[in-house]
Design a protein around this ligand. Sequence first.
Ligand code: ZN
Length: 376
Amino acid sequence: MAEKFAFSLKRTDGRARTGVISTPRGEIRTPAFMPVGTAATVKAMMPESVAETGADILLGNTYHLMLRPTAERIAALGGLHRFMNWSKPILTDSGGFQVMSLAGLRKLTEEGVTFKSHIDGSRHKLTPERSMEIQRLLGSDIVMCFDECPALPADDAEVARAMRLSMRWAERSKEAFGDRPGHALFGIQQGGVTEELRAESAEALQAIGFDGYAVGGLAVGEGQEAMFGVLDYAPGQLPSDKPRYLMGVGKPDDIVGAVKRGIDMMDCVLPSRSGRTGQAFTRHGVVNIKNARHADDPRPLDEACRCPACRNYSRAYLHHVFRAGEMISGMLLTWHNLTYFQDIMQGMRDAISEGRFDAWEREFHAGRAEGDIAPL
Ligand SMILES: [Zn+2]
């Protein structure tokens, strides 16, 4: 295995790229989808099963883990990989985004953010330095800079102010991260939906120098058209020899559209969260397993899917256990959704490698446009 963190770009097709990120904990095939393990678990899944779906890397949430069970406790117990029994790479976010979306009574200053825990109301402080310390205690392989993602809608002046503060925090994050061979630090581009601000942010980050670059501040309610509008230029503002990570995306067609525009990594709670609410993503669009039409249907959710929910169970069974509130419902549908997302990634990696991404994309959209199989 690699001693160092490295990215090697294997092939491009249009703006879509495929490659490999090497880390001491294993390789990450790109484009990569990262399931989210918020509280040191991908909800309803055993880590072995997550690996079986094809995931090479997980995302962990700094905000949640610092509050409970705390980074210090996880470090004393051998780090996050050992704690949650996941030996492959882990990327942790900086905590910044969730402080803004979940915590109470926030106070933002040049130094950082003080806030009240959404769990017990206790007071905490996050700064670039503290965020780097927490992510080091967790043992994260890919560490994210501490940044401020302004709530949208925001005017240009507010977006510019938040972006420039994030760039000063990026510099402090780099300084605090220090020299840690085998671990990577990613910078986060901000600037909302304004090309000039995105360019200024990209330039500031490259002057500092990072192992990878994230496109931040998207997937916060701006809609797919606005997001793709930014992705038409933002990846090109970032270095081509480093991984590009789009944070918090997304639905299957968001993911495909982002890869088409030059994104290498993504994460989202959607496949696991939807699985627990009875929603399945398939090659033929979304299936709501709670609908009465499935009650007598002996067919699998998706006959072409390799996951246990599709191989070993009928739609009627999945419908029944969802209606009965059985835990296996969330387990099976999450397994299916994560498998489907990873199969999309594998499909794109193969298509880019073989120079047929456009054809693959047409087939992807045609399958989804067909809709679910007809009821019996
Ligand atoms: Zn399946």
